[in-house]
Design a protein around this ligand. Structure first.
Ligand SMILES: [Zn+2]
Ligand SMILES: [Zn+2]
Length: 115
């Protein structure tokens, strides 16, 4: 795989591809093969990337900035919130089993579970 794409070339026929019109797909004028431009310009589709980041930030703020891990369906025993953040930590060696941490994003209640 070459990473020296200065210009978008059709991977099928080598023709220079037209400039993207705002969508993430461009079509080769010659062979009509469509190409996802994110393959070429992972960082150039800034509108899309920024939008994505905003979404993530918003979601993080809604919950709690310090929360890490995955939200799962689990009822918080303290406040009854139906989602808790789920994180696992490996303690010592791999055969020791892991500790599962549950954290309520609403009231910060923490629950540990050893497996
Ligand atoms: Zn082509
Ligand atoms: Zn709670």
């Amino acid at each position: 795989m070459s990473n020296t794409f200065d210009q978008d070339f059709c991977p099928a026929c080598g023709t220079i591809l037209p400039l993207p019109d705002g969508s993430s797909i461009i079509q080769c004028l010659l062979c009509k093969k469509t190409q996802d431009i994110s393959v070429f310009h992972g960082t150039q589709s800034t509108v899309h990337v920024n939008f994505h980041n905003v979404e993530v930030d918003k979601k993080t703020l809604e919950n709690n900035e310090t929360i890490e891990g995955t939200l799962i369906q689990r009822k918080c025993p303290r406040c009854g919130h139906d989602e808790m953040s789920f994180t696992t930590r490996q303690l010592r060696s791999a055969d020791e089993g892991q500790t599962v941490f549950y954290l309520c994003p609403k009231c910060s209640f923490q629950e540990l579970e050893n497996s």
